[in-house]
Design a protein around this ligand. Sequence first.
Ligand code: 8X3
Length: 254
Amino acid sequence: MIALITGASSGIGMACAEKLAANGYDLLLNARNESALNELKGELEEKYNVRILNIPFDVRDYALAKEGISALPDEWKDIDVLINNAGLVIGVEKEYEVSESDWHTMIQTNIEGLLNMTQLIVPGMISNGKGHIVNIGSIAGDAAYPGGAVYCATKSAVKALTDGLRIDLVDTPLRVTNIKPGMVETNFSVIRFRGDKSSADNVYKGIVPLSGKDVAESVYFAVSSPLHVQIAEILLMPTQQATATIVSRNTLSE
Ligand code: 8X3
């Protein structure tokens, strides 16, 4: 079995790589950061008896992504699982104040990147008569929250694109899943706050947040379900979180 993971160099993507490698998947690892991918490849190859091929390109660039996928050696073309994980949030500005460069980056990565990879990989899965597309959405796609208008819009789009794909593939054996995490402590908030680690730490203060590993467990649950079972969505969040904005701090320790 072969899984292709975008945004595999950190966070949820990296945790998915480890979970799938531990379960015998050969991996196509994608991210822009080639040295981080090389390090991960080395670590996983040392621990698990699986094949790993790094395919570093920017998912936002359709031409580059197409080149990367077309250049795959024959033994890597038969992709069983596509995990569209690459995504990010930048800033907490109001919708009418977000800089053009920031909203472009979020929209191009979270929506266009996912669509680029879907278009490049799904036709092959249809020809093979098998495949599973897992999109990493978010609780942010269910309802907007303050300081998150554009990010929430992109994750709403991920929900619509995931549901739309499931509809488009209903006459095939392919399965489509939307994994929607709430608060996960990765470098997500560090990027949101432009490298300000203490603001990022404050997001998770007083709660036990999810880890990338927790999310990877849900991803693996979906992909390892029997073939007649399609996990359409999983919404998961810390026990101390109820909605994107309702969080109880300092009420639980682990
Ligand atoms: C991550 C969840 O609530 O921090 O997508 O936006 S949230």
